[in-house]
Design a protein. Sequence first.
Length: 156
Amino acid sequence: MLIRKLFEKDLPEALELVWSVFSRFEAPEYTQEGIRVFRDFIDPDQIARMLDSGVLRFWGAIRQGKIVGVIAIRGSSHISLLFVDTNHQRKGIAKSLVARVEQFATLMNCNTLTVNSSPYAVAFYERLEFRAISGEQEKQGIRFTPMLRQIKKSGP
């Protein structure tokens, strides 16, 4: 598996994966407003503008030429999107994508990673040593738990 930066040309495939996984696992937990807000957020034109401006950075896990997982961060260390194709879940892809973002955050001199985890993903993030920093919240129909993880420094 290769993890590489994603570019505007990769957005149709990447965002289709995001929408497919969201629809199956997340949407049942969201209100219609939340589903609409999420769909608007992943609009290809909006995501392209955020990539162009540097607000958002995107990486993909590639297997046999196909994007099977994606992660996006806002700024230097806030995980904004993390989705893995249904047929490739529980194979370490999401963990590898988080590790790639942690490398980037370390290069940017960040000490923590943050995420607003969906209800479905809280247990996953806890396994990666994220901890909830407050209880579940809801904004515009989007349910999430703010979480944080200290970045472990390697070396001396």
